[in-house]
Ligand binder design. Structure first.
Ligand SMILES: Cc1cc2nc3c(=O)[nH]c(=O)nc-3n(C[C@H](O)[C@H](O)[C@H](O)COP(=O)(O)OP(=O)(O)OC[C@H]3O[C@@H](n4cnc5c(N)ncnc54)[C@H](O)[C@@H]3O)c2cc1C
Length: 419
């Protein structure tokens, strides 16, 4: 069987590794528009501020692919997919020239990932703004950092917070602010009260954070000198980084018959509407949701590989991934598990959700659990992560907690005593 994988990120390499483990006879070709073998995006923030070297980013070198018989094509951009002919057209670099080549497949896996959302704000003709997704993005920021005094990060999601923490820590600490259009920090991962606790900790660490604030223009002459805000004031800063979310890489599929809403729509087997085409990772949309996190990419990739090989003759079902993000920085730690607010729970379901919480503003500790019909659907822990394994288990295993739900956040609670 000939399998083509588009994308050499976490999802793509995980599919390839699992295919090889199950059936060494499969002919695997991976196409990547990047010039590097697989590296960790999670560590890019450390690379930007020089905490890790370029070499330390790489997870797999060329040997990893050759030892497994996987053919990796770098600098190779897939331009079109022809699902009637089971083929893709790839633009490859040969010296300085570009050349188009067609490859055929029995099964296609799209793992094309995502790219940063760049908001439609005037002033982007000026230099001084960046996004962060690839090694090249980081190299651009590192070079610019040599001349920069004030950094403004747009967006307070996980990436925005990680960047703010990196720029505020260590010997090269800079004046750093975060601007968030929503009324609270980390709107996907926290709730209002948790965000207030977190905001307090950020401010103690010296990060300025402006919530409910819209940037309407990037101002300056040829280079950015600041951001004009909706109230017409200017927020000064000579580097702007957009950390405003992600957008699946699906443009090259627009002329195909593949069903795409925001991402490539997949069913519970990770199949697209075309039978022998799968999609996994940041580019795919399952149950109207794009996860954009590593645990989902890994889980989807494993199930996809299984469903291509079917070692036990059966298809495996993907039931969605319990979202899980951790953040360590600003002298605190935070974990968000499952679905925790109105942004991630739809309004019909939201009315059935109830919660318990515990807060200590002075110590910067906040714990909250969200439940529906005595099963936990989400949890937030800030400043004290001791219970994270118990909470994760309750969410993943859909444990009925009716006998002890009021006890869970009490000191000394242990799930083991109740099971
Ligand atoms: C800085 C940063 C920090 C992060 N931190 C965390 C974290 O702490 N925890 C967490 O869970 N997640 C984190 N994430 C998100 C996580 O990295 C992604 O969810 C994960 O990388 C998704 O993997 P993927 O393989 O689907 O996509 P990607 O890693 O985006 O890989 C897709 C690859 O496909 C290539 N490609 C796209 N289109 C084509 C084409 N037409 N032809 C050929 N190649 C193509 C792309 O160039 C890319 O190399 C972070 C992301 C970033 C950028």
């Amino acid at each position: 069987m000939k399998v083509i994988i588009i994308g050499n990120g976490l999802a793509g390499v995980t599919v390839a590794a699992n295919l090889v483990n199950m059936d060494e006879s499969i002919e695997i070709n991976i196409f990547s528009e990047e010039k590097y073998t697989y590296y960790s995006r999670v560590r890019l923030v450390d690379y930007v501020v020089g905490n890790v070297s370029l070499d330390e980013l790489f997870v797999y070198d060329e040997n990893w692919y050759t030892q497994r018989g996987i053919k990796l094509h770098l600098n190779s951009t897939v331009k079109t997919v022809n699902t009637n002919k089971n083929s893709i057209t790839v633009e490859m670099l040969e010296g300085d020239a570009k050349k188009n080549t067609e490859y055929t497949y029995d099964c296609l896996v799209i793992a094309s990932g995502s790219r940063p959302v760049i908001p439609d704000v005037p002033g982007k003709d000026k230099s001084g703004w960046h996004v962060l997704r690839t090694i090249e993005d980081c190299d651009g920021i590192r070079e610019h950092l040599k001349q920069v005094e004030r950094i403004t990060i747009l967006g307070s999601g996980l990436l925005g917070l990680e960047l703010a923490n990196a720029f505020r820590s260590g010997p090269n600490s800079r004046d750093t602010s975060v601007i968030e259009i929503e009324p609270m920090a980390a709107p996907v991962y926290l709730d209002k009260q948790g965000a207030t606790v977190f905001l307090n900790l950020l401010e103690r660490a010296g990060v300025k954070i402006l919530v409910k604030t819209e940037v309407t223009e990037l101002v300056g002459d040829k280079t950015i000198e600041g951001c004009r805000l909706a109230d017409k004031t200017i927020h000064k800063g000579d580097m702007v980084i957009f950390a405003c979310g992600i957008k699946p890489n699906v443009d090259f599929l627009r002329n195909t018959q593949m069903e795409i809403i925001d991402g490539i729509v997949v069913n519970e087997y990770l199949q697209t509407n075309i039978k022998n085409v799968y999609a996994v990772g940041d580019c795919c949309e399952y149950n109207a949701f794009i996860y954009g996190i590593n645990p989902a990419a890994i889980e989807q990739a494993r199930i996809c590989a299984h469903n291509i090989v079917k070692p036990d003759g059966k298809l495996k079902i993907y039931e969605g991934t319990v979202p899980s993000v951790s953040f360590y920085g600003f002298s605190t730690e935070m974990v968000s598990l499952g679905r925790v607010n109105e942004f991630t729970i739809d309004p019909d379901e939201w009315k059935d959700i109830y919660s318990y919480y515990k807060v200590d503003m002075t110590l910067g500790v906040y714990k909250k659990i969200l439940l529906k019909k005595h099963q936990m659907v989400g949890a937030i822990l800030i400043g004290d992560l001791e219970q994270q394994l118990d909470l994760r288990k309750m969410i993943l295993e859909k444990i009925d907690v009716s006998a002890f739900e009021t006890e869970i956040l009490q000191d000394g609670f242990s799930l083991r005593d109740w099971l």
